[in-house]
Design a protein around this ligand. Structure first.
Ligand SMILES: C[S@@+](CC[C@H](N)C(=O)[O-])C[C@H]1O[C@@H](n2cnc3c(N)ncnc32)[C@H](O)[C@@H]1O
Length: 169
């Protein structure tokens, strides 16, 4: 079985990927990771979602694809150049709030709130302020992190891995 066939990626992915490549963005979440995010997102109807580290919106698009119409996603990144790609491709989705801010400060500002799903894909909430991030997860909520392998192992896997068509364009 090839996990990368019939991924049925969100419609916006091709355009986001094209823009990401043009911008030289190389930190996108892997398609299989994103597919898992979408599957997990389906399990939280009406959920409050938080993404730390939006990048250009690839993982954001997959999260939105799994969320129902009553769910809401806040995504934060400190790089407006990357966020402009996300806004161009996903900005019209009424479920989405895009924040350009330092992740550490933004996380602190959320103290006392609860989220049903947190995807931490930057330093904040993963390597820094882990306890603060976990305190935001509701009792039945999900906390998901990416890229926890040592950098050398990540690079080795990236070279070895086959990728769906949009990663190769
Ligand atoms: C691994 S990338 C996220 C990739 C994204 N999930 C995707 O699939 O495209 C990490 C992101 O964290 C952002 N970042 C780095 N330091 C940050 C900080 N202090 N506050 C907010 N965002 C930060 C970077 O700009 C980068 O876009």
């Amino acid at each position: 079985m090839n996990d990368l066939t019939n991924l049925n990626e969100p419609k916006s992915i091709q355009a986001i990927w094209t823009d990401s490549r043009a911008a030289g963005f190389t930190m996108a979440s892997e398609p299989l990771t994103c597919s898992l995010l979408r599957t997990l997102a389906v399990s939280k109807p009406g959920g409050r979602f938080l993404e730390l580290g939006s990048g250009t919106g690839l993982s954001t698009a997959w999260l939105l694809d799994g969320m129902d119409s009553n769910s809401r996603l806040t995504t934060v990144d400190n790089d407006e150049r990357l966020l402009s790609i996300l806004r161009n491709n996903l900005g019209e989705d009424p479920r989405l709030t895009v924040v350009c801010a330092d992740g550490d400060e933004f996380l602190r500002s959320l103290s006392g709130q609860y989220f049903d799903f947190i995807f931490a894909d930057t330093w904040t909430g993963k390597y820094r302020f882990l306890e603060a991030a976990l305190a935001l997860v509701s009792p039945s909520g999900l906390y998901v992190i990416d890229d926890m392998l040592p950098p050398a192992e990540l690079a080795r896997r990236a070279r070895r891995k086959s990728r769906p068509p949009y990663f190769n364009t």
